[in-house]
Design a protein around this ligand. Structure first.
Ligand SMILES: *[C@@H]1O[C@H](CO)[C@@H](O)[C@H](O)[C@H]1NC(C)=O
Ligand SMILES: *[C@@H]1O[C@H](CO)[C@@H](O)[C@H](O)[C@H]1NC(C)=O
Ligand SMILES: *[C@@H]1O[C@H](CO)[C@@H](O)[C@H](O)[C@H]1NC(C)=O
Ligand SMILES: *[C@@H]1O[C@H](CO)[C@@H](O)[C@H](O)[C@H]1NC(C)=O
Length: 345
């Protein structure tokens, strides 16, 4: 009640409200807690399997990478698709595009144009709108890859959300030589993280990136004749299978001069890789290290991931057999972890 009274002063709750606020939680506590205790009593896994999850399979596998009129899709079973539109025009107030046919229900929702795009490090949210296909303006000719800054807030580097745009663009480049591969990114090099810049360089893509200025005036509207749009978040299946992952890992490790080694089990190299700041930092690293030492007889290396140069970030994960990490965008580096490495997030 004392706490409640304090709240009353600060938040000006009515007395009735205060009563409800003390009694209702109490009732919830009495009735719900026993149920929770019954349901949440931890059941430790009896069997711990080191076999990795099976590859996704389906009855009628399609092509792994396909460019259609409606979009670019990755993965033959559980595909990740990026919308393709005609006459995409980015203006200060609107992203207009033309879609030849009515957006059919069969088209996967991820193939549909997002309702808005984001620019200026997520400061500007610009609605998208279907417009007339008959407009004259062609702008940049041919098929272009176009990315915005959705999920890329200014001064908060987010390698994972960059990867969602860059990796599909790379896979497009690798699998569709017949098209133009210019990646038009409404960003600037200073807004791309060390990870993003390093990844582009590792695949020699930096020359394919054209950083675009968001138009400040109506008369500087930027148009693309035909565009594949990288904006909305993915369902994380953009690295569709182990072969693609192996290819990415092999290329990056060679680029960073890191030996390509499979993980060993029992693990020999173990790392606890924390984040350097924010609320997701690990609070009990020493206890984790102690448990590892008791259970595996191993001294875990303590480090940080997601900081430093691209290759430094890759090396943090690529030389370990067992990796313990907090949740976060730095974990995109786990793409380059040893084959068979065990990750505890
Ligand atoms: C988009 O606009 C074009 C031309 O104006 C029209 O033919 C088409 O039906 C529209 N599509 C949708 C989904 O509204
Ligand atoms: C490909 O993109 C470049 C750079 O924007 C452009 O100069 C060139 O004309 C394009 N080529 C084709 C075939 O569309
Ligand atoms: C766009 O309009 C501004 C004035 O509103 C003008 O100063 C500028 O020269 C115009 N730019 C082009 C490319 O027409
Ligand atoms: C790593 O493991 C794979 C099977 O997962 C095997 O094909 C490959 O030869 C191994 N590579 C090395 C270097 O041992």
């Amino acid at each position: 009640m004392v706490r409640c009274r304090k709240k009353m002063q600060t938040l000006q709750f009515t007395t009735k409200n205060c009563f409800n606020r003390s009694v209702v939680p109490l009732l919830i506590l009495c009735f719900v807690t026993p149920l929770l205790i019954i349901h949440l009593t931890p059941t430790l896994p009896r069997e711990f399997s080191l076999n990795s999850a099976p590859e996704p399979s389906c009855e009628n596998p399609g092509p792994r990478f396909v460019v259609e009129d409606s979009g670019f899709c990755i993965g033959n079973c559980r595909s990740e698709c990026f919308p393709r539109v005609k006459k995409l025009c980015v203006s200060p107030s609107e992203v207009a595009y033309c879609k030849m046919e009515k957006e059919k229900e069969q088209i996967e929702s991820t193939q549909l144009m997002p309702k808005f795009m984001r620019f200026h490090g997520e400061h500007s949210t610009i609605p998208t709108a279907n417009s007339s296909c008959a407009q004259e303006k062609k702008g940049i000719v041919g098929l272009s890859l176009v990315a915005d800054q959705r999920y890329l807030p200014l001064h908060k580097p987010n390698p994972h959300h960059e990867a969602e745009k860059i990796i599909p663009a790379l896979l497009f480049k690798k699998n569709h030589q017949e098209f133009n591969h210019t990646f038009y990114w409404f960003s600037t090099p200073s807004e791309v993280s060390e990870w993003g810049k390093g990844f582009l360089e590792a695949f020699n893509m930096q020359t394919k990136v054209k950083y675009m200025n968001f138009p400040v005036r109506k008369n500087s509207t930027v148009c693309f004749e035909d565009a594949i749009v990288f904006s909305a978040g993915t369902t994380l299946y953009y690295v569709p299978d182990r072969d693609t992952n192996d290819w990415l890992r092999q290329h990056v490790l060679q680029y960073c001069s890191i030996p390509i080694v499979n993980a060993s089990w029992p693990p020999r190299n173990v790392a606890i890789l924390d984040r350097t700041s924010g609320s997701r930092r690990l609070k009990n690293k020493d206890m984790v290290a102690q448990i590892l030492s008791q259970m595996l007889g191993i001294r875990a290396r303590q480090g940080y991931s997601g900081i430093g140069s691209f290759c430094n970030q890759v090396r943090q994960v690529a030389e370990e057999d067992l990796i313990i990490v907090p949740h976060g965008s730095q974990n995109v580096n786990l793409l380059f972890a040893r084959k068979g490495a065990v990750v505890i997030e």
